[in-house]
Ligand binder design. Structure first.
Ligand code: AMP
Ligand code: ZN
Length: 494
C-alpha cells in the first residue's frame, strides 16, 4: 500500500508522490520565540518529527525546513499594536535579540529532551529581511498590494476576484468577512481582510530595517513565503503546522505565493490537531499552557508527579495527529505504564534467538507476520501511529509468553523472529524516536522522595546541619530543593 496523506487542501487522503523522485521538501512553521514553548506546541513538533522520520524510513532524502519566528509578531491580530519582541525587550530593558536567543536555546533544549531530530535548515525571519522585501516588491509590481504611509498591504479582495482566497479552509469571502470587524475611519486598509506584508515602524520600535517604503519590519506571513521559496523552491511537497494556522497564516501564504510566483507553494498541506486542557486549546494567550520543564520536574500544582520526556512523547503518539488530544494526569500515567510494558517486551525480544527455519505453529507465525505488516500499513494510512501501537501491544503477550516458556521459541520461524525484531527496533527507535529514559528518571524521583523525607525528619529534630547539607549539596549538583508552605518541599533541576 503506498503512502497516503490527508491533504487539507483537497480534504482527502491522497497518494503521496514527491515532485522530484526520492526527494521530499517539507516546510513546517516553527515557534515564535518570545516565550517558552508549551506542550501544545510540542505536540505539533513531535507530529512532524514522526512524519519526517517516517519519510526517511521509507528511503526518501528529506529537506526539512522549520523556521524560527523572531520578528513581526504583533500583539493585535489586525496588524495593530506593538511587536511582541520589541515590547518584551523594552519591558525587560534588554536587546530583542537577547529574548530571541534565550527562547531559541530553550526551544532547542526541549526538542532535544523530547528526542525530536533537528530540521535540515532552521532559518530565522530576521536573517531573511532582504528576501521578504523582494517578495513584497514583486507582489506590489504584480498589482496585488498597495502602500499607505510606509506600510504595504495585500489586497485580498482584488486577489479573490481571480483566485479563491479561502481555498485552504474551503470558505467563501462572504463567510470570512462575516467574522471580521468593519473598517474604521482611521484604518489604512482598503479591505477588511487585507493584511500587512511590510509594516512602518514607529521611531521607538526596537527592530526595524530600511526598505523602499522607509524604516519598517515584515508582517508575520511573508517570512514563511520568503524562506520556503529560498530553501525549497516555488513549489515543494509538504507544508505543515498546527490547525490554528490554516485559516489565516497558511491562507495568506498561498495568496502571497500565487500573487508573487503564480503558483500555490505546496502540493500537500498538513495540519496537526490541538492539545487541549479540559477541552480547551492549550495556548500562550489563554495561559493554560503546561511547560515541558514543569512536566519533567512535576513542578505544577495540577501535576500529580513528574513525567519523563519519553512518557510525554509516547502519550502524543497514542493519538492520531489529526484528532484532538486532551491532557490529563490519568492519561500520562497510563502512557507511562504502557511505554514500560512495550519497552520491557522490546528488550526481551532483542535477546531472543530462533534457530528453526520452519514454524511449528503456523497459525501463530501468520498472526505475527500480519501484525508486523500492519506497522507500515497503518503508517502509510496518513501516519496512524495510534494504530501501529495497537498492533505492537498485540505482540507484547506473544513476546512475554515466549520468555515465560508458555510459547515455545520454535513456534515461529527464524525469519519471522528476525522480521519482528527488526521492525520493533526500526519503529520504536527510528520512526517513533523513543528512548529508554523512563528507567533513568524513575529512580531519581524515588531518591528525591527519600532525601526530602530525611530532610523533613532532620528539621523536626532541629538537626539543621543535616537539613542544610542536603539542600546545599543538591544545589551543588544542579537540583533545587524548595521549602513550600506547611513544611512541604518540592524540587526541580536548575
Ligand atoms: P506558535 O509559537 O504559537 O507560533 O506555535 C508554534 C506551533 O505550535 C504552530 O504550528 C501552532 O499551530 C502549534 N500549536 C499552538 N498551540 C497548539 C496546541 N494547543 N496544540 C497543538 N499545536 C499547537
Ligand atoms: Zn509559517
Amino acid at each position: 500500500m503506498p503512502l497516503k496523506i490527508y491533504n487539507t487542501l483537497s480534504r482527502e487522503k491522497e497518494i503521496f508522490t514527491p515532485l522530484t523522485p526520492d526527494h521530499v521538501g517539507m516546510y513546517v512553521c516553527g515557534p515564535t520565540v518570545y516565550s517558552d514553548v508549551h506542550l501544545g506546541n510540542c505536540r505539533t513538533f513531535i507530529s512532524f518529527d514522526i512524519i519526517y522520520r517516517y519519510l526517511v524510513y521509507l528511503g526518501y532524502k528529506v529537506r526539512y525546513v522549520r523556521n524560527i519566528t523572531d520578528a513581526g509578531h504583533l500583539e493585535g491580530d489586525r496588524d495593530e499594536g506593538d511587536d511582541k519582541f520589541s515590547k518584551l525587550a523594552r519591558l525587560q530593558k534588554v536587546e530583542p535579540m537577547e529574548i530571541v536567543q534565550k527562547y531559541t536555546l530553550g526551544f532547542h533544549h526541549v526538542m532535544q529532551l523530547l528526542n525530536n531530530l533537528p530540521p535540515s535548515i532552521e532559518p530565522t525571519a530576521t536573517g531573511h529581511i532582504a528576501e521578504q522585501i523582494e517578495i513584497t516588491k514583486q507582489i506590489l509590481a504584480n498589482g496585488y498590494a498597495y502602500e499607505v504611509n510606509g506600510t504595504v498591504y495585500f489586497d485580498v479582495e482584488k486577489y479573490n476576484t481571480e483566485l479563491p482566497y479561502g481555498i485552504l479552509t474551503n470558505r467563501k469571502m462572504e463567510d470570512l468577512l462575516e467574522g471580521t470587524r468593519e473598517l474604521g475611519g482611521q484604518d489604512e486598509k482598503r479591505g477588511r481582510l487585507d493584511f500587512a506584508l511590510w509594516i512602518k515602524a514607529k521611531p521607538e520600535h526596537l527592530m526595524q530595517w530600511p526598505s523602499p517604503w522607509g524604516m519598517g519590519f515584515p508582517g508575520w506571513h511573508i517570512e514563511c513565503s520568503a524562506m520556503s521559496e529560498k530553501y525549497l523552491g516555488k513549489k515543494f511537497d509538504i507544508h505543515g503546522g498546527g490547525m490554528d494556522l490554516a485559516a489565516t497564516h497558511h491562507t495568506n501564504e498561498i495568496a502571497q505565493s500565487q500573487a508573487c510566483y503564480h503558483t500555490s507553494p505546496a502540493n500537500f498541506w498538513m495540519h496537526t490537531n490541538m492539545l487541549t486542557v479540559n477541552g480547551t486549546r492549550m495556548s500562550k494567550s489563554l495561559g493554560n499552557g503546561f511547560l515541558p520543564e514543569e512536566l519533567f520536574t512535576g513542578n505544577h500544582p495540577l501535576l500529580e508527579k513528574a513525567y519523563a520526556p519519553m512518557t510525554v512523547r509516547f502519550f502524543m503518539l497514542q493519538t492520531h495527529y489529526r484528532s484532538t488530544l486532551d491532557f490529563s494526569n490519568e492519561a500520562l500515567q497510563a502512557s507511562e505504564k504502557g511505554l514500560k510494558r512495550l519497552w520491557d517486551a522490546y528488550e526481551i525480544l532483542q535477546k531472543l534467538t530462533a534457530t528453526n527455519v520452519a514454524a511449528t505453529d503456523t497459525e501463530l507465525d501468520a498472526k505475527v507476520n500480519k501484525l508486523v505488516g500492519e506497522f507500515d500499513e497503518f503508517m502509510n494510512d496518513d501516519f496512524n501511529t495510534a494504530k501501529v501501537l495497537g498492533s505492537m501491544f498485540e505482540l507484547v503477550p506473544v513476546i512475554n509468553s515466549i520468555k515465560d516458556g508458555l510459547i515455545r521459541i520454535d513456534a515461529i520461524s527464524s525469519s519471522t523472529m528476525v522480521l519482528l525484531q527488526q521492525k520493533f527496533k526500526a519503529y520504536l527507535e527510528d520512526v517513533f524516536g523513543l528512548k529508554n529514559d523512563t528507567v533513568k528518571h524513575e529512580p531519581l524521583n524515588g531518591v528525591m522522595e527519600l532525601l526530602i523525607e530525611i530532610r523533613k525528619e532532620s528539621k523536626l529534630k532541629k538537626d539543621f546541619a543535616t537539613s542544610d547539607k542536603i539542600r546545599n549539596q543538591l544545589a551543588a549538583i544542579g537540583i533545587n530543593l524548595k521549602d513550600e508552605k506547611g513544611g512541604d518541599m518540592s524540587w526541580d533541576i536548575i
